[in-house]
Design a protein around this ligand. Structure first.
Ligand code: SF4
Ligand code: SF4
Length: 825
């Protein structure tokens, strides 16, 4: 990945291989006139041409022209436009477009190296896997099968490797890694794909593939989720036409689920942060089901060149460049893994490729019309550009939110709180399971698919009427399936303490009860035996009892998992809120604990009622683990407490803000100078979509008010200063730089980023920043950053002059060691 600096005289950007003092912390994206119109700049007196070229550059929501930050966009959401806040002294002005010719010329060499490397990678990957596949096809040798046999024999992990002389070999996986060998993930690929999503990254990969491979060597597939942005659908048509003219042999196809996404919303509820079923159901499963062999329904082995980039998330930064995909027989190669946003856009400009209109409108990422992972900014753009397409989703969220007891549905949508909870889940649990001794009984009301079908995936089955026998693990198990009245079935099986069998039985019960025919497990079946849309569902002759369709998902079924998520969130939250038992974390507990952590729990220092509460608080703060043993973080606080109890309380507060729902809600909900009492807090807490009773919520509030009263958090640190029978949240002016640095690193670790901006923390959208947790104002925060930046133990770089507000974190520092580094421990 190149570094980026401004190229001021041409209003452009310049790629550089080395980091310098001018290197930008965030790779900028180009800004076009459509986005400026959307921000209403034309009405504010700014002048600019309606041209094809970009006019400005944006790093997050800051807008730069010739390297100077001119304004910021703040406060956008689905209902409200962004407010343009000019930088100090900036007045409306005339903007000239980027000098594209010069910019492309100046970046020519850097881009040449970048794309040559990616083309070489695509070519090499294709040739390596094609050669291995040909060897298998012509019966020369199947190294994969050989490695599997050897592995079984030696019980050591084997790998197929490519040798320098272009032949293959097998060796111990550890040895292959040690010798830096190129390991093959499979030796048989039936189809090479370039997957197209309508986004800029997949567009670049597709173009690179056309330059690296002959058009007959791969196919292009567009995963149309059914709620694509209209701009992406249009781009796909443009792309198809463009390459269709250049390469008539290049094959294009589209993959879609057989149902509309809103039908799934109606059946299994909204996707959420924790249960994003939409990607599997609407995108990946249809894609790979498309490539089942027509005659045998057998899953083809597919190697997909995709647009995954490490800049997008920390998880992705750990990706290998080639790896196994989400479904069986699918492998993914990432040619542009290390490219940044600026490089991607420069490539599109250089190759004169179409640009998705939604990028021109201001979206940094294009995806579906609505998505739990997008931002309030994305909602604003989609609402302004495609309100008709967005409306049915918004209507459902509003309706279901109202029926969940949420009063202000507008705020609920504005704050994107809908992504925290599954709404509108119509699949009600209608399974009763009872295990008595060795017999498991289940009553399933209104099963959606027959249990006698699914039981065949566990083992061989013989049935006569409602009585049957299942062969599993070399034994025979008797079962009964009795069809009762009103579409209720009773199932009993003697499981003879076989826990593995119990595990599979629960999964087939889930599938029978909750299946909505989403087709995800069809994609999992390696033999083509499972076709959820066919009458039989399982082809007995093809099923090899591999159990992949049962094991692919936690509950053996995505729809069943939707029910589990509802119960899981509810139970976990109820249990956590109730565990405080009206007691807050008290100063005397903390001081006793850190005086002697090893004796604290044995010394009966606390009465029985308080022990559970204290354990919950210490766990939520990260001081003890699930077995009540002190953690590394707890040990650090123990060492600090004697000399620096204030710092310890600051760090405890940061920990609690991440792990305790009620503290997290309080710090992010109650702003500085806000007046409150328990009753006003309860009125607002009741609006949060939790299935916890009002009493449980109130008890949790009693607990934190107790904590504020009996610890430095309340008055000393300003979270709740008593004033005329109510409380006021005040600024905390004494926060230590170590706690601020810890807070920044926790925030960055959580997001998986190493570069941040001061304005991110003070944007009004930030949660768990130094303002929210520690009550640190922007001025104090910048002062702390400057001090940390110039201290001996410099744990971050802060660039705070000339309109910049960038914070660059060190690669070798994380929340786990930042305190030790700051304090020189
Ligand atoms: S994945 Fe296919 S072959 Fe394997 S158990 Fe399920 S239906 Fe049978
Ligand atoms: S059983 Fe399979 S096809 Fe049916 S809903 Fe569950 S995952 Fe989807």
């Amino acid at each position: 990945m190149n570094k980026v600096v401004w190229d001021k005289d041409i209003n452009g950007v310049l790629l550089q291989s080395l980091m310098t003092k001018d290197t930008l912390g965030v790779s900028p994206r180009p800004v076009f006139f459509e986005e400026l119109d959307l921000l209403g700049l034309d009405k504010l007196g700014w002048k600019y041409p309606r041209c094809h070229e970009p006019l400005m550059w944006a790093c997050n929501k800051q807008y730069f022209y010739r390297g100077e930050m001119l304004f910021e966009a703040k406060g956008a959401n689905i209902y409200d436009a962004a407010t343009v806040v000019p930088a100090e002294g900036v007045k409306p002005m005339s903007l000239k477009p980027v000098d594209m010719k010069k910019m492309l010329e100046r970046n020519r060499e850097a881009m040449f190296l970048l794309e040559s490397e990616a083309i070489e990678f695509i070519r090499d990957t294709y040739e390596t896997y094609t050669r291995a596949s040909r060897a298998v096809e012509s019966n020369v040798i199947d190294y994969e099968a050989l490695a599997a046999r050897q592995q079984k024999k030696t019980k050591q992990k084997m790998a197929v490797v490519k040798e320098d002389c272009d032949s293959f070999d097998i060796m111990l996986a550890d040895e292959a890694e040690l010798k830096g060998k190129k390991v093959l993930h499979t030796t048989k690929v039936d189809v090479f794909l370039a997957s197209f999503s309508g986004g800029k990254d997949s567009q670049v990969v597709l173009d690179l593939c056309t330059r690296a491979l002959p058009p007959s060597a791969f196919q292009v597939i567009y995963s149309d989720t059914g709620y694509e942005l209209p701009s992406s659908l249009k781009l796909y048509e443009q792309v198809k036409e463009h390459y269709g003219k250049l390469y008539p042999d290049l094959k294009f196809s589209t993959a879609r689920n057989h149902e509309q996404v809103l039908n799934y919303w109606d059946k299994i509820g909204t996707p959420s942060d924790t249960h994003r079923w939409c990607c599997s159901i609407m995108k990946t499963a249809p894609l790979y089901n498309t490539f089942k062999q027509h005659d045998t329904n057998l899953q083809n082995r597919i190697l997909t060149f995709d647009g995954v980039r490490s800049e997008e998330s920390q998880k992705r930064s750990g990706y290998q460049r080639i790896g196994k995909g989400k479904h069986i027989g699918i492998y993914n190669a990432h040619p542009i893994l290390d490219w940044n946003t600026t490089e991607i856009m420069l490539y599109l400009f250089k190759q004169s490729l179409h640009i998705n209109q939604s990028y021109r409108d201001g979206k940094a990422r294009v995806g579906c019309i609505i998505c739990p992972f997008s931002t309030a900014w994305d909602d604003m753009i989609v609402q302004k550009t495609y309100p008709k397409e967005l409306a049915p989703f918004v209507e459902r969220i509003e309706k279901w939110a109202r029926s969940s007891g949420i009063k202000d549905t507008k705020d609920f949508l504005k704050d994107r709180r809908w992504k925290l909870k599954i709404l509108g889940n119509k699949v009600k649990p209608h399974v009763e399971l009872v295990q008595k001794g060795q017999t498991l009984s289940a009553t399933i009301s209104h099963p959606s698919t027959p249990l006698q079908t699914w039981i065949q995936t566990i083992g061989d089955v013989s049935m006569n009427g409602g009585v049957g026998e299942l062969r599993f693990d070399g034994k025979v198990y008797s079962f009964k399936i009795i069809q009762g009245k009103k579409d209720v079935i009773d199932f009993t099986i003697d499981i003879a303490n076989n826990t593995k069998l119990l595990y599979f039985i629960k999964r087939i019960i889930n599938k029978s009860a909750y299946c909505v025919k989403c087709e995800v497990c069809t994609a999992e079946c390696p033999t083509g035996a499972l076709d959820i849309l066919s009458d039989n569902i399982i082809n007995k002759d093809l099923c090899i009892k591999c159990h992949k369709c049962l094991e692919f998902h936690e509950q053996g079924c995505i729809a069943a998992d939707s029910v589990r998520m509802v119960n899981f969130v509810t139970k976990k939250m109820n249990a956590k809120l109730a565990a405080y038992k009206k007691f807050g974390l008290r100063e005397e507990w903390v001081s006793e604990y850190f005086a002697s952590p090893e004796d604290f729990w044995d010394a009966n220092y606390l009465g029985t009622a308080m022990v559970d509460s204290a354990k919950r608080w210490f766990k939520d703060a990260g001081v003890i683990d699930d077995k009540n043993n002190i953690t590394a973080f707890g040990q650090l606080l123990h060492e600090l407490y004697m000399d620096n109890p204030d710092l310890v309380w600051e760090l405890l507060l940061v920990g609690l803000s991440y792990n305790s729902f009620i503290v997290n809600w309080f710090v992010n909900h109650v702003s500085l100078n806000q007046r409150f009492d328990r009753k006003t807090l309860l009125d607002e807490l009741i609006e949060i979509p939790l299935e916890a009773s009002n009493t449980t919520r109130d008890n949790a509030l009693i607990a934190i008010m107790d904590m504020f009263d009996k610890s430095p958090l309340g008055e000393t640190m300003g979270l709740a200063t008593p004033e005329d029978k109510i409380f006021i949240r005040k600024e905390y002016t004494d926060s230590s730089n170590a706690a601020i640095a810890y807070c920044i690193y926790r925030y960055a670790d959580n997001l998986g980023v190493k570069t941040l901006r001061v304005s991110d923390f003070y944007s009004g959208e930030c949660e768990n920043g130094p303002l929210q947790i520690l009550g640190v104002t922007k001025g104090k925060f910048e002062k702390a950053l400057r001090e940390i930046n110039s201290s001996k133990n410099r744990v971050l770089i802060a660039e705070l002059s000339m309109g910049l507000d960038h914070i660059t974190l060190r690669d070798d520092v994380s929340s786990e060691n930042v305190i030790q580094l700051m304090l020189g421990l």
